[in-house]
Design a protein around this ligand. Structure first.
Ligand SMILES: Cc1cc2nc3c(=O)[nH]c(=O)nc-3n(C[C@H](O)[C@H](O)[C@H](O)COP(=O)(O)O)c2cc1C
Length: 171
């Protein structure tokens, strides 16, 4: 029997179109509160969330999102930044983990997001006044999905990526 948790993990989709609807403060806070419990190397928690809700600033930053212009339609952008001095070795890993934690926490409220990979990072860092030590990993637009939830993308089958090494090499 599939638990509610597993259903949630499997149902998440990247969302690239958002309703013109505010995300309530208490919901945003609950999502961030859940992010506090994310794993991180040596528990350093090197992340910072820059929360952008001003429409003009959202549009300005979205213009720098080469592969995520849809960010312009989101009511909230989270610019996900890591402090390289706090965790020089694992900041990228830690930021990746918290981006997933954030995406899943948001999804429990019916709020979608999508990772944006190609960004003019230096321009966004300038806009926000970030420093050299600040690594801008991604920008996560948050919002209620507009229209239908996208169909699932194709997935590898288990036998394509799960290798039971112990059984194969028995004896
Ligand atoms: C590291 C990473 C970078 C991604 N970059 C982009 C991007 O730049 N633009 C975009 O539209 N989607 C981006 N995605 C979303 C993926 O395309 C998406 O997760 C994948 O197609 C699977 O779809 P799903 O998230 O709906 O399951 C990225 C996802 C990851 C994990």
């Amino acid at each position: 029997m599939e638990s509610e948790g597993l259903k949630l993990l499997k149902a998440r989709r990247s969302i690239r179109s958002f309703e013109d609807r505010t995300i309530e403060d208490n919901i945003l806070t609950e999502i961030f509160e859940t992010c506090r419990w994310c794993m991180s190397a040596v528990n350093r928690q090197p992340w910072e969330f820059y929360v952008i809700r001003n429409k003009d600033l959202i549009k300005k930053i979205a213009k720098e999102c080469t592969t995520g212009p849809f960010a312009a339609s989101a009511p909230v952008l989270i610019v996900l930044v890591g402090d390289k001095e706090v965790q020089p070795n694992w900041y990228v890993h830690d930021l990746c983990f918290i981006s997933l934690q954030l995406a899943l926490a948001a999804w429990t409220f019916g709020i979608g997001t999508c990772w944006i990979g190609r960004i003019n990072r230096d321009n966004v860092k300038d806009i926000l006044g970030l420093k050299e030590k600040d690594h801008l990993l991604t920008i996560l637009p948050l919002g209620y999905p507009k229209g239908d939830i996208p169909d699932p993308r194709p997935r590898k089958s288990l036998n394509e990526f799960v290798k039971y090494f112990d059984l194969k090499n028995k004896g």
